[in-house]
Design a protein. Structure first.
Length: 361
């Protein structure tokens, strides 16, 4: 069987650059080299593209060559600068392992659409929609699924601290992980929290805290439909869940632990999984996504956010949920690549969300 030329793009100019490298390292460890011929393309924090030997922590100091992904469909791949000439590498598929700004907001997806190269993951509209939490909330609400109460602030926007019901979370509307996120317990903390969030995005989201357990569900789309991983659960000792903020996340967090499978009743687990599918469909996602939610004490599932290119590191939630459901990262990659090569398909209708108490939500 002829190998597929696959480009793994990692790094990037976002605040999640370091996390992306770790995700790419895990992909490299699980990639079946009998099926794929990998080409590792690293993007520096300054935005330079380089074809390198692999996603090592010091990849930039290795044997790298300037490379660009050509938008010319006749090239259908990479243009690589050699010392005395340029060469081209035709690609069969691209696996973007980029998180946050310019990685899962539709930017890289737009370049890939221009190139005509099949790629893993959500398309331009769903990537952009999920990246903007406030817009995602509006769409999901329209599908009959609960979200936190929220308001947004643009660049010059202000909010009266006395007009809010605390606690609230202040966060960049369009950023990844928990960079720039603050919990605010009273009005005296609000201005600083808004300032911190604006370091990452000019649009700021202020949302009502939801009393409940944080849960997540990995969703994978393949040729026969949707697969969901085991539901996970965040257990906190104090504070709030701050992913990728630790100095050594591989060693664990100082205030949280991720439990897989979640310690919740089976009917609640099924509700979380079905709600994740419904959110995935409502937002037009494709390929993969991790849907983060809250499970309240009265059994309601509330959307937190959707990650369209979730972390794939050794400690990341998405691969752990899939592994608990019996799918290794290598198997996940195979399914995603196979689905990407099939090309865009018509979206299935939104799934009806089951309820625990029979009430009409």
């Amino acid at each position: 069987m002829e190998k597929l030329n696959i480009a793994i793009i990692f790094g990037g100019a976002s605040e999640e650059h370091a996390v992306s490298i770790k995700s790419a390292q895990e992909v490299a460890r699980h990639l079946d080299l009998e099926k794929y011929e990998p080409f590792y393309v690293g993007i520096t924090t300054g935005g330079e593209w380089k074809l390198c030997e692999g996603p090592a922590a010091d990849w930039e100091s290795g044997d790298c060559r300037p490379a660009t992904l050509s938008p010319d469909r006749g090239v259908h791949g990479l243009v690589v600068q050699e010392p005395d000439r340029s060469t081209t590498i035709r690609l069969d598929v691209v696996l973007p392992v980029l998180h946050g700004t310019l990685g899962e907001d539709g930017a890289i997806q737009g370049l890939l659409e221009l190139s005509g190269i099949p790629y893993v993951g959500c398309d331009i509209p769903s990537s952009a929609l999920c990246m903007d939490k406030s817009l995602a909330y509006l769409v999901v609400r329209g599908a009959g699924i609960a979200t936190p109460a929220f308001r947004t602030l643009t660049t010059d926007g202000h909010v009266d601290p006395d007009g809010l019901s605390y606690p609230v979370f202040v966060k960049p509307a369009r950023s990844g992980s928990s960079f720039g996120v603050s919990r605010v317990d009273d009005g005296t903390e609000l201005a600083v929290a808004v300032h911190d969030a604006r370091q990452y995005d000019s649009k700021v989201l202020i949302e009502q805290a939801v009393a409940g357990s944080e849960v997540g569900c990995a969703v994978l789309e393949h040729d026969s439909g949707l697969i969901v991983g085991e539901v996970d659960q965040i257990r906190l000792s104090h504070g709030f869940f701050r992913i990728h903020q630790e100095r050594a996340p591989e060693a664990g967090s100082e205030n949280s632990a991720v439990v897989v499978p979640a310690d919740i009743p089976d009917d609640a687990r099924q509700l979380v999984q079905q709600t994740a599918k419904a959110i995935y469909r409502a937002l037009g996602c494709r390929g993969l996504a991790r849907v983060d939610m809250f499970l309240t004490d009265d059994g309601e599932v509330v959307l937190n956010e959707v990650n369209t290119l979730p972390g794939l590191t050794s400690y990341s939630r998405y691969p752990r949920m899939m592994a608990a459901a019996g799918l290794s990262l290598g198997a996940v990659i195979d399914l995603l690549v196979s689905f990407a090569l099939k090309g865009p398909a018509l979206k299935a209708p939104a799934l009806k969300v089951p309820v625990l108490n029979g009430a009409d939500r």
